[in-house]
Write a protein that binds this ligand. Structure first.
Ligand code: PLP
Length: 470
């Protein structure tokens, strides 16, 4: 792959994105027959979330909590101080987050949505409006449960899978300012900024954008809060694409980015290379007091927040590893390798390839299927049937229903996400994935779509069931 050597190698004085680690322990995975896979998919109601993991060959459902920990992290697990209060691992973690992300106060939570619940309950009042750069499922739900309404202010380019804008996660400042004037600054508790933007395909936010956003928020006295879940990956893109950052480290860029925001919440199951964990960090002492009080209601004492001592130790070490340049180059390099294989075969994907996943454009696979036939859900099913590779729908099923009207939300993007766990699969696994997608692409005209047979009330994509239309 010449292009990859060029994009990932030369620029960093390396020959390729090859892994900066070797394998010390292996976990066997199962290869099944097509008949066995058909049976498993039927049992799972054609929802890849309902498959058993042991029936999956290569698991690209999510990068959430699926990373491999390093030998250092496993060693750290043995240093767990499981005291109920004041665990040593808490203080190490607090110090690490303060140093790497630069915020003053720190609150641990069991995972990202625990943090989202606390920040939403603390800052949002009934009738508030929360602008954000594209929705994320759990983020928006917690904002709504706290009485707020989410409003999308991401740039238009983010909704177009073919647009090659280098920072498709950017906030459209004019859109945001119009919204502020429409509803009034007093009804906006904070701007909810995420880097990278998951639902747009792992697309980054630029430093220039966060700076300008800070200035705009200051003008109206509005807080700027960051979903830092994949900020290390975001900072790699800043280094690669934004003028003036080529000679900075990812860690330096991360600290600078966070300095423009008032606080952050984190799903440590992503960037931070652990299987469970999360946190909140803020600069405002009063907000911290409130969060520290609320955490004991929902998560656990403020010195563990739902994590075991050993989890906090692994997270502290994982956080350090997550901002090392060698790690990030390999991480993004592997994702890009998959993207370039598919692009070389003219398979429609979201461009440019983002940080954590390659997103297939299901509308282009199945133009003959209307959105009510769940084209992305169909595509995820077809890929599993073909090879046992598990992916995830990110389209009409994920978008859910409008709480006011009860109708489906019809998102413009109808995508399937092939999400790469960190430090788990090899280049030959990635080749298998690409070849399977190609074989489904070659048979795309045969797809008939799905019908929903069971729909849960919240976050329906997790548990909905389907059956094939004939
Ligand atoms: C995963 C994720 C969350 C929620 O975190 P959990 O740890 O899954 O609860 C929030 N925001 C973004 C951008 C995410 O990807």
């Amino acid at each position: 792959m010449k292009t990859i050597l060029k994009t990932m190698g030369e620029q960093y004085g390396r020959r390729s994105w090859a892994e900066p680690w070797k394998i010390k322990m292996v976990e066997p995975i199962k290869v099944m027959t097509p008949q066995e896979r058909r049976k498993c998919l039927e049992d799972a109601g054609y929802n890849t979330f309902l498959l058993r993991s042991e029936d999956v060959y290569i698991d690209l459902l999510t990068d959430s909590g699926t990373s491999s920990m390093s030998d250092r992290q496993w060693a750290g697990m043995m240093l767990g101080d499981e005291a109920y209060a004041g665990s040593r691992n808490f203080y190490r973690l607090e110090e690490t987050i303060q140093r790497i992300y630069g915020y003053r106060y720190f609150v641990p939570t069991h995972q990202g949505r625990g943090a989202e619940n606390l920040i939403s309950q603390t800052l949002i009042k009934q009738g508030d409006v929360v602008p954000g750069n594209m929705y994320f499922t759990t983020t928006r739900l917690h904002q709504e449960l706290a009485g707020g309404t989410f409003r999308d202010v991401v740039i238009e380019e983010a909704h177009d899978p073919a647009n090659e804008h280098p920072f498709k996660g950017n906030v459209d400042l004019a859109k945001l300012e119009r919204l502020i004037q429409e509803v009034g600054a007093s009804r906006i508790p904070y701007v909810s900024l995420a880097g990278t933007v998951n639902m747009a395909g792992g697309q980054p936010v630029s430093m220039a954008n966060v700076k300008a956003l800070r200035a705009l928020c200051d003008r109206y006295g509005i807080r700027l809060m960051l979903d830092a879940t994949r900020m290390a990956e975001n900072c790699f893109f800043i280094r690669e694409r934004e003028h003036g950052y080529r000679d900075k480290t990812v860690a330096e860029i991360l600290k600078e980015f966070c300095s423009f925001t008032d606080g952050a919440w984190m799903s440590a199951k992503k960037d931070s290379l652990v299987n469970i964990g999360g946190w909140l960090a803020v600069n405002d002492g009063e907000v911290f007091e409130e969060l520290r009080n609320l955490v004991v209601v929902y998560e656990g004492l403020h010195t563990y927040g739902g994590m075991a001592g050993r989890d906090m130790e692994a997270l502290a070490i994982g956080t350090e590893e997550s901002v090392q340049d060698n790690h990030i180059i390999c991480r993004i390099g592997q994702v890009r390798y998959l993207g370039e294989l598919l692009e070389n075969w003219d398979i429609p994907i979201v461009k440019p390839v983002g940080g954590h996943a390659v997103f297939l454009d299901a509308r282009k696979f199945y133009p003959h299927l209307s959105q009510d036939r769940f084209p992305a859900q169909t595509l995820a099913s077809d890929i599993y049937l073909d090879s046992g590779v598990r992916s995830m729908e990110r389209g009409i099923v994920s978008a859910g229903r409008d709480p006011e009207t009860g109708h489906h939300r019809y998102p413009r993007l109808e995508l399937v996400r092939l999400t790469l766990p960190r430090r788990v699969y090899t280049q030959s696994h990635i080749d298998v994935v690409a070849e399977s997608v190609r074989s489904v692409w070659d048979r795309r005209h045969e797809a008939k779509g799905l019908e929903m047979t069971y729909e849960p009330r919240y976050l329906r994509f997790f548990q909905a069931r389907f059956k094939p239309l004939s």
